[in-house]
Design a protein around this ligand. Structure first.
Ligand SMILES: [Zn+2]
Ligand SMILES: [Zn+2]
Length: 279
C-alpha cells in the first residue's frame, strides 16, 4: 500500500512519501524544492533544489537516480544540498556512477555547514541547523526574503528618492518552513527557530509505550517528546513525518490523538494519505 501524502498549506502544497527505514522524500513545487531524495521518485526529478538531510539510504539513495534522470530529460543543472561532512563521499558516488556508465552528470553536490545560510532563489533562503542523528545530519529552515517600502516613504516620490540614492526599502524575512529530517529530542530542547516557522515538518518515528528507549537509542523522536513541548509550538501547521513501519495508519492516528494535548492537536497533520491526515 502506498503512503502517498499531499497537503495544501496556506502558501504551498507538500507532496511526498515518508516511512522510517523505507523511503522519505517530499516535493514542494511552489518553492521549487525537494526535501530528501528517497529512492529517486519521478516527482523529485524536476525540482532544481534538493535538500538532503543525511546519508541514510531511505533519504539519499535517490541522488544518483535524480542526477541520471535530469541528464536523460535534458534538464540543466540541479543542486543537491547535503551535510558538509558527507559531501565528498556523495560526489565520489556520483563520479563512480559516471565512470561506470560513461555518462556525465550535470548535478552539483553542495555541502552545507550548521549555521550556513544560502540564498538559492530570488525570494528564498535556506538556513541550516544542527540535527543530532546517528550520522551527520542537518535540519533545513526556509525563509521568504522580500523587500518592502519603508513606512516613512509611503506616499512619497519613491522613484526620485531612489535616484537620490535613498534606501527606501527594507528587507522582510518570514520563516515559512522548517524541516527536521531524522533527529532526536535534542532539537526540541535546543532549537528556537523550529517553533516559529509557519509550517513545521518534524520526524516522529515512534509512537507507543515501550518505544521511548528505542527512539533515544536510534536518535529519533517519540510522540511523547513532542507532547512535552506542546505549549511551545507557534506554527500554523505541524506535520509529523517518518513513522516506523511497525505501526498501521490507524495506530498512528490513535496514538497521536491520545498523547498530544488538544491545544496542539488541531494544528497537527500526519504525513499519510488524506483519510489519516487529521487527528
Ligand atoms: Zn530515516
Ligand atoms: Zn536516518
Amino acid at each position: 500500500m502506498s503512503d502517498n501524502f499531499k497537503l495544501a498549506t496556506p502558501h504551498f502544497t507538500i507532496e511526498g512519501v515518508s516511512r522510517a527505514g523505507h523511503e522519505t522524500w517530499f516535493r514542494i513545487r511552489d518553492l521549487g524544492i525537494a526535501l530528501d531524495a528517497g529512492r529517486g521518485p519521478d516527482e523529485v526529478v524536476s525540482m532544481p533544489h534538493v535538500f538532503v538531510t543525511h546519508a541514510h539510504l531511505d533519504h539519499a539513495v535517490g541522488i544518483p537516480f535524480y542526477a541520471g534522470q535530469r541528464q536523460l530529460q535534458q534538464l540543466a543543472g540541479g543542486t543537491v544540498f547535503v551535510p558538509a561532512e558527507c559531501a565528498d563521499d556523495m560526489r565520489l558516488v556520483l563520479a563512480t556512477w559516471e565512470r561506470m556508465t560513461h555518462a556525465p552528470f550535470d548535478v552539483e553536490i553542495r555541502g552545507v555547514a550548521v549555521g550556513e545560510e544560502i540564498r538559492f532563489a530570488r525570494t528564498l533562503a535556506m538556513r541550516a541547523h544542527a540535527a543530532a542523528h546517528r550520522v551527520a545530519a542537518r535540519a533545513y529552515e526556509f525563509i521568504e526574503v522580500r523587500h518592502h517600502l519603508k513606512a516613512d516613504f509611503v506616499g512619497e516620490d519613491v522613484a526620485r528618492l531612489r535616484r537620490e540614492g535613498v534606501a527606501v526599502e527594507e528587507e522582510y524575512r518570514k520563516p515559512v518552513l522548517f524541516y527536521t529530517g531524522d533527529t532526536d529530542r535534542g532539537i526540541l530542547e535546543q532549537n528556537e527557530a523550529l517553533f516559529q516557522a509557519e509550517v513545521l515538518m518534524i520526524e516522529c518515528s515512534f509512537l507507543v509505550d515501550g518505544h521511548q528507549d528505542r527512539a533515544a537509542k536510534y536518535r529519533h523522536i517519540h510522540i511523547d517528546d513532542i507532547a512535552d513541548f506542546a505549549d511551545r509550538f507557534e506554527n500554523e501547521l505541524v506535520v509529523l513525518t517518518h513513522f516506523s513501519r511497525r505501526y498501521s495508519r490507524d495506530e498512528i492516528r490513535d496514538a497521536v490523538r491520545r498523547r498530544v494535548p488538544h491545544s496542539l492537536r488541531d494544528r497537527i497533520r500526519l504525513a499519510l494519505p488524506e483519510q489519516w491526515q487529521r487527528v
